[in-house]
Design a protein around this ligand. Structure first.
Ligand code: MTE
Ligand code: MO
Length: 383
């Protein structure tokens, strides 16, 4: 089956699919630390986990519309300046289960934990491409390359047994401030097999699908990648589009993710005592837009209070890029009086004043992506 050599995983993960392995932590694990421990970081795969046995022979090739074709070994990549970037990776399918309750959608079900916040260590893609003769901040190569395609070594059925792939615009790839990494470390340790050993792409602020794991080659191409996950998946359609009238070519591949938040200290229907309770969760926005505010309500959204926000534990969050991790989530908390039969709601506002949509019905889409609607939790009081 190809699944005989899967790595060991933490038993506390909630498994949403075994083969390929898709799993997320319980909600409470997400808010217990600002940086998500590797064991509790969600795992999203489309095929068996590849195994690289001889790291000295592992290399990434750079091909396509570029004058210098190159083959880079791990030693070459480690020779480049190393950057540590704290960035939240979020699957576009996060909160899909809740969207499916409105009207069935296709795809692996996820609760609110198909995301995690890690410190990724590696070389900047902009530096790697410079080795191949492509200057910083280029939007086209001398041979007409406008997109950078990442091809993996894994095999998935959506690609008819071929490798997983995706692309980003050359402009973003060669912009040092975009912080796109070829990462060989996660939280200060060698990145493990589940998360892309020996080398993965990390595209901060963009849906997880573009952060290709187990990188095999980089191609400079004229049009964006024509692979399944760019062209036939991870696109946002209006609620009127269904499987019998879908035209994939009418929409662009999703890149940045919108403003998102979730409460992580409670389950969807929870039983707690009346009185004070601590409500905590995460909020994050794509494209490097920080979080401006998180509002919490205990009466279903009639009245709101602003939650306290922080990044590194106990350091108050400042919406100032110079002082904040701009690609990373903020955690929020509020200790509130919980009335009888409360309905607790959270919504976040990002630095561009984008606000999460109220109702999942309004953003329903057949693939069940980007459910960023307000997170609501119904409380049943115990005595
Ligand atoms: N890269 C490869 N090669 N194969 C994959 O199946 N899944 C993508 C992306 N990169 C995938 C991949 C998706 S959809 C997501 S959300 C992230 O990896 C998940 O990364 P993680 O498993 O490290 O959390
Ligand atoms: Mo994903």
């Amino acid at each position: 089956s190809g699944y005989a050599e899967e790595p060991p995983r933490h038993p506390a993960l909630r498994i949403n699919s075994k083969e390929p392995f898709n799993a997320e932590p319980h909600r409470s694990a997400l808010v217990s630390s600002y940086v998500t421990p590797v064991d509790f970081f969600y795992k999203r795969n489309h095929g068996p986990i590849p195994k690289v046995d001889d790291i000295s022979r592992y290399s990434v090739s750079i091909n396509g519309l570029v004058s210098n074709h190159m083959q880079l070994f791990m030693a070459d990549i480690r020779m480049l300046p190393k950057y540590n970037v704290t960035a939240t990776l979020q699957c576009a399918g996060n909160k899909r289960t809740a969207m499916s309750k409105v009207r069935k959608v296709r795809g692996v079900g996820w609760d609110v934990s198909a995301l995690g916040n890690a410190t990724w260590g590696g070389a900047k893609l902009a530096d790697v491409l410079e080795l191949a003769g492509i200057p910083k901040l280029s939007s086209v190569t001398s041979l007409g390359g406008k997109h950078v395609e990442f091809v993996s070594v894994d095999r998935c059925k959506e690609e008819k047994g071929g490798p997983y792939k995706a692309s980003i615009p050359l402009k973003q790839a060669t912009d040092p401030d975009a912080d796109v990494l070829l990462a060989y470390e996660m939280n200060g340790e060698t990145i493990n097999r589940d998360h892309g050993y020996p080398l993965r792409v990390v595209v901060p602020g963009v849906i997880g699908a573009r952060s290709v794991k187990w990188l095999d080659s980089i191609n400079l191409i004229e049009e964006e990648c024509q692979g399944f996950f760019m062209q036939k998946d991870y696109k946002m359609f209006p609620p009127t589009v269904d499987w019998d009238n879908i035209d994939w070519s009418t929409r662009r591949p999703q890149m940045d993710f919108p403003v998102q938040s979730a409460i992580c200290t409670l389950e969807d229907v929870d039983v707690i005592k009346e009185g004070k309770a601590r409500i905590a969760g995460y909020a994050v926005s794509g494209g490097g837009r920080g979080i401006e505010r998180v509002d919490v309500s205990v009466d279903g959204g009639k009245t709101w209070v602003e939650a306290h926000r922080y990044q590194k534990s106990n350091v108050p969050y400042v919406s100032d890029r110079a002082q904040s991790d701009k690609w990373a989530w903020v955690l929020f908390e509020a200790t509130l009086d919980i009335p009888a039969n409360a309905e607790i709601v959270a919504k976040a506002v990002d630095s561009a004043a984008n606000i999460q949509p109220e109702k999942v019905e309004d953003i329903w889409n057949l693939r069940g992506i980007l459910n960023t609607s307000w997170h609501r939790i119904k409380i049943q009081n115990s005595l």
